[in-house]
Ligand binder design. Structure first.
Ligand code: B12
Ligand code: SF4
Length: 536
């Protein structure tokens, strides 16, 4: 048997397919800008940097190119990993790799949350790779053929390695991820981040982040970087120090990048932080808003959002040239009868265009899941969808016996999606946002990228501007912004492009939701719940 550790091992890393219908899988927009998938597989790029560097690596992302038998034939060992929406493709990959006679190493968030589902893998390397990959390698050195590795220890981010960005073709992706912080200080009941990564944010040093930026710069990458932190501002003091360092570096390098990230709503309380983000060219931020109702926020332990008018926060963030996207959830026990109207009003009043509205999903290994289990309300197939569709946060969800009648929740959900993604309403939000945004973009595209922007603009104008549903709205919006706030036009066209995806997503969600409602009405809710077999 070949010594895999010491030898000239060929290692195949595979990012398996995401489900086709996902809020984040905006294929139409990718096509318009000439990319193949939104985000690069940062987890596997990090794994490659943690494995022995004398190995040879090949990374295949099934979302951008086909995985062929010859890739397996080339490899001595294959690695994969990922999240819940990849569960089916990950499991199929393990079977295929075995059929091709290859040993499989599996890690990442879904295998870490529910390892037993992945028991067929030869090596299950769970939790943070920085801790468990060395454990796996120790065994590999000894010639061990199978193993499961996990640890309660948290990785020291200050020892984190620079991901192997050289393994991907940048042009395949809209954005490249970079991670500063793991963990979040808050305690939302439905969240698995605090279970996976803890409540004390651990961060890389400024030097590490600069090294990662430099690595991307040296490899020739320019453009969009997504700071993939669960809450970028989890430690405000540290993040300000980092932004000051980035400001010096990025000025010196003539602003090669612009940024997006995720943050809690209290970002709006800190002008200094917002100014620093503006200085280094942050353009979009995803806010976990969840619910417009204070009682629900309190019960869900999302106390940081209680009594925080979202509209004010979004307007404040916009005044720094940063556009907010928002995450919303429907299906909490404490929701009022007016939840649909309140959510629609809140989204319309804040002007948030990219609103990710999902049904409450009890993710494996969360406080919510444990509570529902103890109340005998959790469905047995808790990690899977309650519809027969792909796993997707937007349509799956409600994987438990609800307190409010399920059809009432689903009807509310239907109404919210229908209204929020109604073309008239969506375009009203584009106008609101684009008139108020005061961007001062520092990153300037090179000539080739500028040509791509122009081509994308023409493609969006052709697709949206000549559609019977959106044509009039698009041109009216376009001339309003050009005349009244020309600096907002880039934001306006980007948001209009995203609507191509949202329209399809809306139709898909509405048809799945309608089918589920009909199914429940047909059988009765009790029978529906019985079929989903609650655990008790
Ligand atoms: C960035 C991000 C995204 C991005 C990009 C993801 C991508 N590459 O396509 C976008 C915005 C597109 C996204 C979308 C979604 N995401 Co997301 N996302 C994240 C986030 C914030 C960071 C992921 C990341 O890059 N981390 C940094 C890298 C270095 O860490 P890592 O990938 O975990 O890898 C480490 C280990 O897991 C391990 N590892 C990973 N793979 C492998 C493989 C092997 C062989 C080994 C040994 C080890 C190993 O080693 C690495 C180093 O320690 C995480 C939260 C988090 N903190 O993990 C959520 C998270 C992964 N997303 C999640 C979900 C549910 C989704 C969505 C369904 C909806 C949503 N909530 O946003 C969609 C679906 C995507 C789709 N296309 O259909 C969940 C997954 C839950 C689960 N149990 O699987 C998470 C954990 C957040 C959450 N709680 O909601 N996401
Ligand atoms: S703020 Fe976000 S990351 Fe932090 S606990 Fe709440 S849901 Fe999780």
């Amino acid at each position: 048997m070949k010594n895999l550790f010491d030898g000239a091992t060929k290692c195949l890393l595979v990012q398996t397919k995401f489900s086709a219908f996902s809020f984040w899988n905006y294929q139409d927009v990718c096509e318009i800008v000439g990319a193949k998938y939104p985000a690069a597989p940062l987890g596997l790029l990090t794994v490659a940097a943690l494995l022995p560097q004398h190995w040879t690596f090949k990374l295949i992302d099934e979302n951008v190119e086909p995985l062929l038998d010859e890739h397996f034939s080339w490899a001595d060992i294959v690695c994969t990993g990922g999240m819940l929406p990849q569960q089916d493709s990950l499991l199929a990959f393990i079977v295929k790799a075995h059929r091709m006679g290859r040993q499989v190493v599996v890690g990442g968030s879904d295998p870490s949350s529910q390892p037993d589902l992945y028991k067929e893998a030869d090596f299950l390397v769970l939790g943070e790779g920085e801790i468990t990959i060395p454990m796996f390698l120790e065994d590999l050195k000894k010639g061990v053929q199978k193993g499961r590795y996990c640890s309660k220890e948290r990785a020291d981010m200050q020892k984190a390695v620079v991901p192997r960005f050289d393994l991907i073709k940048f042009r395949n992706y809209i954005m490249i991820g970079l991670q500063f912080i793991r963990g979040c200080p808050f305690n939302c009941e439905f969240c698995d981040i605090i279970e996976l990564y803890g409540r004390v944010p651990r961060y890389k040093t400024n030097e590490q982040i600069i090294r990662e930026l430099q690595s991307l710069y040296d490899l020739g990458y320019r453009g969009h970087i997504d700071m993939v932190d669960d809450n970028f501002i989890g430690n405000k003091k540290k993040v300000k120090e980092l932004l000051r360092e980035i400001k010096i570096w990025t000025q010196k390098h003539k602003y090669p990048f612009y940024f997006t990230t995720e943050a809690s709503v209290d970002l709006a309380d800190d002008d200094e932080l917002l100014q620093l983000m503006k200085d280094v060219d942050f353009r979009y931020v995803f806010l976990g808003i969840e619910s417009p109702e204070n009682e629900t926020l309190t019960i869900a332990q999302k106390n940081q959002n209680v009594n925080k008018p979202v509209e004010d926060a979004v307007r404040k963030i916009l005044s720094y040239g940063i556009v907010s996207n928002g995450g919303y959830i429907i299906g909490f026990d404490s929701e009022s009868k007016q939840i649909a109207d309140r959510m629609i009003d809140s989204i319309q009043d804040s002007g948030i265009c990219m609103a990710m509205i999902g049904l409450l999903y009890a993710l494996p290994n969360t406080q919510l899941t444990r509570r529902l289990e103890s109340e005998g309300r959790l469905f047995q197939l808790a990690s899977r969808t309650v519809t027969d569709t792909d796993i997707d946060q937007m349509t799956s969800g409600l994987n438990f016996v609800t307190k409010i009648p399920r059809t009432q929740i689903l009807n509310n959900y239907f109404r919210v999606i229908d209204a929020v993604f109604d073309p008239k309403h969506y375009y009203r939000r584009i106008v609101y946002t684009s008139l108020r945004v005061k961007p001062k973009y520092r990153h300037k595209p090179d000539f080739r990228t500028w040509l791509i922007y122009m081509r994308s603009f023409l493609r969006v104008s052709r697709t949206v501007g000549f559609s019977s549903r959106t044509g009039l709205l698009y041109w009216k919006m376009f001339f309003t912004i050009i005349l009244r706030n020309p600096k907002g036009i880039e934001v306006a066209v980007n948001l209009a492009a995203m609507f191509i995806h949202f329209q399809k997503q809306k139709n898909y969600i509405l048809s799945v939701t309608k089918r589920t409602i009909a199914d429940i009405e047909n059988k009765g809710e009790e029978k529906f719940n019985l079929r989903m077999a609650p655990q008790n």
